[in-house]
Ligand binder design. Structure first.
Ligand code: NAD
Ligand code: MG
Length: 388
């Protein structure tokens, strides 16, 4: 039986992953090793019981007793906190879905990679913070990273076994998020509720706000560089409000091959689950006649300064990715808490990058997890203006 684990099982991507496992036969087909979540203990325990997991882990130490009680009589082990998450990731699995949000997904992801097997990676933050560490862990253990982000799954599917030498560039599409059509001068007044509504995709709150600011696409450009080994000049962004084309690969011979599909994460998650096979998935077929037309526009960097920051981060290399991600996470926390405006997030991130670029070691790739976490910590404090 194939052994699977899902980190962040109770989130938007994770719950879709659990549903796809159920759809493919559940406990009769898969041996579930570990499921992890946060504060939604009832949902985590229900998922663990359904899939007959070995262990369920909450990220929060103080919720261990509640999780134990919810699992009472099931024979499923309970764990809580960072050490328990890492211990769960060290249990060998053939397929692990990395669907924790934020840099908190990095340590469990690295630990899972060290066991070999497939890491289906939704947690783009880990590639942005520590691409070289993930690649080194993969090379050491013989593990495979499969993209779960829809655009990167699309590129992976379009590329197939194609040699990158024939590829001129790769285009990631972006819906433009909640404020695509707002007058620029209104953006400063955008509320958290307004930013948390996505025109096409149903996703967790943080990535939905990141879509409105295009920090999500900025992260994805860096993710594409790390995943596919493409230079920054070969990764383009195109605004495509309908979110039907997820990515395109353009070859030197003038041909462009696109991946199309309904905006439904179950396609990319299910593709990674069944890879290298393609199995039927509970995803609606595309009805292009009903959609009628697909439209495109160039990304406007005055509206979305995060795209420019992504290019600067790629040019800087070293610790810039870890600083960028952590400063973005802090700025997002502050926006959600009502401390700063929507339009303050990008300047916060830019200022943090500028302030830390003079620090010793900024230009070198972090050598280990502790070093990534040090940069992460420093950048969060700087972005929160705790440091002067
Ligand atoms: P979400 O907020 O819905 O779920 C996040 C999961 O992580 C939950 O299970 C939560 O309990 C857990 N979690 C949160 N903080 C944690 C911490 N500090 N330690 C341990 N666990 C923690 O998020 P999501 O939208 O499902 O996104 C998950 C990841 O997938 C993100 O990296 C996101 O960028 C990526 N992604 C999401 C989508 C989408 O459609 N939602 C699409 C592409 C990529
Ligand atoms: Mg995406």
């Amino acid at each position: 039986m194939r052994r699977i684990s899902i980190f962040g099982a109770t989130g938007s991507v994770g719950a879709n992953g659990v549903d796809l496992i159920r759809h493919a036969g559940g406990a009769a087909t898969y041996h579930t090793v570990a499921l992890t979540g946060g504060r939604n203990i009832a949902l985590l325990a229900q998922m663990a019981r359904d899939l007959r997991a070995e262990i369920a882990v909450t990220a929060h130490d103080e919720l261990l007793d509640e999780l134990r009680a919810a699992l009472d009589g099931s024979g499923i082990a309970a764990g809580a906190g960072t050490a328990a998450l890492i211990e769960a990731a060290a249990r060998p699995a053939d397929w692990t879905l990395s669907a924790i949000v934020g840099s908190a997904g990095l340590a469990p992801g690295l630990t899972a990679l060290a066991q070999g097997g497939v890491l289906a990676l939704a947690n783009k933050e880990s590639l942005v913070c520590a691409g070289s560490l993930l690649r080194a862990a993969t090379a050491r253990s013989g593990a495979t990273i499969l993209p779960v982000d829809s655009e990167h799954s699309a590129v992976f599917q379009v590329l197939g076994s194609e040699n990158l030498d024939s590829v001129k560039d790769v285009t990631l599409t972006a819906s433009g998020g909640a404020f695509r059509d707002w007058p620029l001068e209104r953006l400063a007044t955008a509320t958290v509720d307004q930013a948390s509504t996505h025109p096409n995709w149903a996703m967790g709150q943080r990535i939905t706000i990141d879509s409105a600011s295009m920090f999500n696409k900025a992260m994805e450009v860096i993710e594409a560089k790390e995943l596919f080994g493409l230079g920054a000049d070969r990764i383009k962004v195109l605004v495509h409000p309908e979110s039907i084309i997820h990515a395109m690969v353009t070859h030197h011979d003038g041909g462009t091959i696109a991946h199309l599909g309904a905006p439904d994460m179950r396609h990319a998650i299910g593709f990674a689950l069944h890879w290298p096979d393609r199995r039927p998935l509970p995803v609606a077929a595309l009805d292009l006649a009903a959609i009628g037309s697909l439209t495109f526009r160039a990304p406007d960097e005055a509206r979305w300064p995060a795209l420019r920051l992504a290019r600067e981060v790629m040019a800087a290399g070293g610790a810039a990715g870890a600083v960028f991600n952590a400063a973005k996470e802090q700025a997002l926390d502050d926006f959600i808490a009502g401390n700063i405006r929507f339009t303050d997030m990008a300047p916060r991130v830019e200022d943090t990058l500028a302030a830390l670029s003079g620090e010793e070691g900024f230009g070198r790739d972090p050598v280990d997890l502790a070093s990534v976490l040090d940069w992460d910590n420093l950048a969060r404090r700087k972005a929160a203006r705790c440091l002067t």
